[in-house]
Design a protein around this ligand. Structure first.
Ligand code: DGL
Length: 286
């Protein structure tokens, strides 16, 4: 860290940001936030002991996330919490806001609205965990924002796990990935699906794979940049303004964000994952 950066950190009140997911998918959101707010202090919390959330019954998930957040909010005292998980956000956010009224929460919910606005064929697909596909929240979003579209809801039972395996340095088969996304591609009456909402934060980790395997080109809608802008906005509103500098001139720009990655399992993380996390500024452990 340069001398200027040290002075900047001492003069500015730097926010502590907690980004949370069941596993490594939330890193796709962390990456976008960290690019906008490189000066912040980061904690990335992965509930890998219980992954995948997509397979958990709703009550168990609410209890699990409430318990974890009660604990880690008390320990880390974050200025903002980002629930970088659709499966949790579509269910748990009201509970978290009621339990921690002084903590701002930003969630991640399926980006159905932008996909419906941008689609030309009016045929869109929502690719998510089976739990997110079943949520009332998701069905309400479709009713509110995509009534003019034909919406294909695709619950992918294994895609988040395949993304985890790639991040842990394992080889995965194209055929296994394709089996998870195939139902997203619909062709009817001379029209085709043209937008696919990546409604699980793990899926952008496989973007290069799904783009390559797609039977025809589509827009893959990743909400992470919009979530990062929302986090930045909430921080500005709560007093964490990158004051005195235009965003691109702030001394933190060009410097890499840094923080800690915490895992709820006691598993020793593989060297390949530790190296990948280090590349994006995250050290494993408290
Ligand atoms: N990353 C999570 C999401 O956005 C879910 C993955 C899981 O099943 O745990 O929905």
């Amino acid at each position: 860290m340069s001398g200027w950066q040290k002075v900047y950190d001492q003069l500015m009140i730097v926010p502590t940001i907690l980004v949370f997911d069941s596993g490594l998918g939330g890193l796709t959101v962390y990456g976008e936030i960290a690019a906008l707010r490189p000066q912040a202090h980061y904690f990335y919390l992965a509930d890998d002991a219980v992954f995948p959330y997509g397979a958990l019954p709703a009550e168990a998930l609410v209890e699990r996330v409430n318990g974890l957040m009660d604990h880690w909010i008390a320990v880390l005292k974050p200025d903002i919490v980002v629930i970088a998980c659709n499966t949790a956000s579509t269910l748990v956010l009201p509970h978290l806001r009621a339990r921690h009224p002084h903590v701002p929460f930003v969630g991640t919910v399926p980006a159905i609205k932008p996909a419906a606005v941008q689609s030309r064929s009016h045929m869109i697909s929502v690719l998510a965990t089976p739990a997110t596909v079943a949520r009332d929240y998701t069905h309400d979003l479709i009713r509110e924002h995509a009534a003019h579209c034909e919406v294909q809801l695709v619950g992918a039972p294994n895609l988040a796990s395949l993304a985890e395996r790639v991040m842990h340095g394992e080889k995965v088969n194209d055929a296994d990935i394709f089996a998870e996304i195939a139902l997203c591609f619909v062709e009817r009456n001379g029209k085709r699906t043209d937008h696919i909402v990546l409604a699980c934060t793990h899926y952008p980790l496989l973007l290069a794979h799904v783009q390559r395997l797609a039977p025809w080109p589509v827009q893959w809608v990743d909400p992470a940049p919009a979530i990062a802008r929302r986090v930045d906005h909430v921080l500005n509103q709560t007093g964490f303004v990158q004051a005195g500098f235009a965003q691109e001139e702030a001394p933190g720009i060009g410097r890499q964000a840094s923080g800690r990655a915490l895992f709820t399992s006691d598993k020793v993380q593989e060297a390949v994952l530790i190296a990948a996390l280090a590349q994006i500024g995250l050290k494993v452990g408290p």
